[in-house]
Design a binder for this molecule. Structure first.
Ligand code: NAD
Ligand code: UFG
Length: 331
């Protein structure tokens, strides 16, 4: 199929592009490079020996998006593009609502105009809020604690309403848990342009000595060792989930959790990283981070069954591949 991938030079998008190319799809990538680098494109093509059509376009630019749809015969869209820094979204909510919601609306408008009926959306486990684990797709959603999370919940609602009104439209809402790791080649990985947000990039910064100590947010959660528990998923397993979602897309809206179904605490992740890579990760305990929940992991039975997809790589592979990519960056 001819797939339009938005945010395809970003962290998850680039890994998914490799998986999609390997599965035989042709790709048109659209990204404004706000949080990614153009050389990622050449790396994806080198890894797969395939060509990619690329447009440096902002998805809020309706005319530019319409033009892309008018040039190419598109069979489906995977919409990764979005701003994702939780803390930043609290400081500049309008920027987040505008970018994430308007991009989605512009894209769907073009899909309806040009009869593109397959739409896969990057949602997040954050839409579950502080529900009881494991999070299941049928749960009522709880408010998230930040504008970023609200843009995901709102985009889901917008897509659900549009699918209701357009019975030929097929939407797959993929709720990612905590993506980490990098492509096994060490060529692709997470390379954010701005400040870091997530745990794994801070673990590598502490291991490299760029920061003195990793700050562990909270040691008194009701968890196995007092630190926060998350469902970390290898980015290449997540990438495979998109190929599966596209292959199994159905009319109407389907929602899938993409995770491993297994929780890992911050301390467990630090120790796995140290053991796998033979390097120390200095850390200190600090106060809880506002807005964090104690435990988050997925019920993945729906994706396992309906998409015939399972995350295979363990926490050690996640730590190994992250570190390999990081080592390659300094070479
Ligand atoms: P990323 O920042 O690495 O990639 C997003 C890409 O979208 C970037 O290349 C950026 O330049 C591009 N982009 C942003 N706004 C754009 C616009 N208006 N027009 C064109 N391009 C634009 O982020 P990622 O980690 O790869 O995340 C991909 C998607 O998955 C996002 O929607 C994110 O919210 C979602 N998600 C990520 C996580 C995570 O922990 N990484 C978890 C759950 C959901
Ligand atoms: N943590 C630390 N120190 C850090 C960073 C994080 O101890 O420097 C802890 C957090 O308190 C949490 C765990 O590590 O317990 C994971 O934190 P992340 O920031 O890596 O991830 P979150 O679970 O908070 O959120 C991430 C993405 C969201 C997404 C969500 C989906 O940032 O965008 O996963 O579950 F919505």
């Amino acid at each position: 199929m001819n797939i339009l991938v938005t945010g395809g030079t970003g962290y998850i998008g680039s890994h998914a592009c490799v998986a999609l190319l390997e599965a035989g799809h042709d790709l048109i990538v659209v990204d404004n490079l706000y949080n990614s680098k153009i050389d990622t494109l050449e790396k994806m093509m080198r890894l797969t020996n395939k060509e990619i059509t690329f447009y440096q376009v902002d998805l809020t630019n309706e005319l530019a998006v319409d033009k892309i749809f008018s040039i190419h015969s598109i069979d489906g869209v995977i919409h990764f593009a979005g701003m994702k820094a939780v803390g930043e979204s609290v400081e500049v909510p309008l920027t987040y609502y505008y970018n994430n919601i308007v991009s989605t609306m512009v894209l769907v408008k073009a899909c309806l105009k040009y009869n593109v009926y397959r739409f896969v959306f990057s949602s997040s486990a954050t839409v579950y809020g502080d529900n009881t684990v494991p999070f299941v797709e049928t749960m009522d959603l709880l408010p998230t604690t930040n504008p970023y999370g609200e843009t995901k919940a709102m985009s889901e609602r917008i897509l659900i309403d549009i699918a209701k009104a357009n019975p030929t439209f097929s939407v797959s809402l993929l709720r990612y848990f905590n993506p980490v790791g990098a492509h096994e080649s060490g060529l692709l990985g997470e390379r954010p342009n701005g400040t870091l947000n997530n745990l794994m990039p801070y673990v590598t910064q502490a291991a490299k000595g760029v920061i003195k100590k990793l700050k562990v947010f909270g040691s008194d959660y009701p968890t196995v060792d007092g630190t926060g528990v998350r469902d970390y998923i290898h980015v290449m397993d997540l990438a495979g989930g998109h190929v599966a979602a596209l292959n199994n897309i159905k009319k109407g809206v389907q929602i899938y959790n993409l995770g491993t179904g297994k929780g890992t605490s911050v301390l467990e992740l630090i120790h796995a990283f140290e053991k796998e890579n033979g390097i120390e990760v200095p850390f200190e305990f600090v106060n809880r981070r506002p807005g964090d929940i104690a435990i988050c992991y997925a019920d993945v039975s729906k994706a396992n069954k309906e998409l015939n997809w399972t995350a295979k790589r363990d926490i050690f592979a996640m730590c190994r591949d992250t570190w390999r990519f990081e080592q390659n960056l300094v070479k």
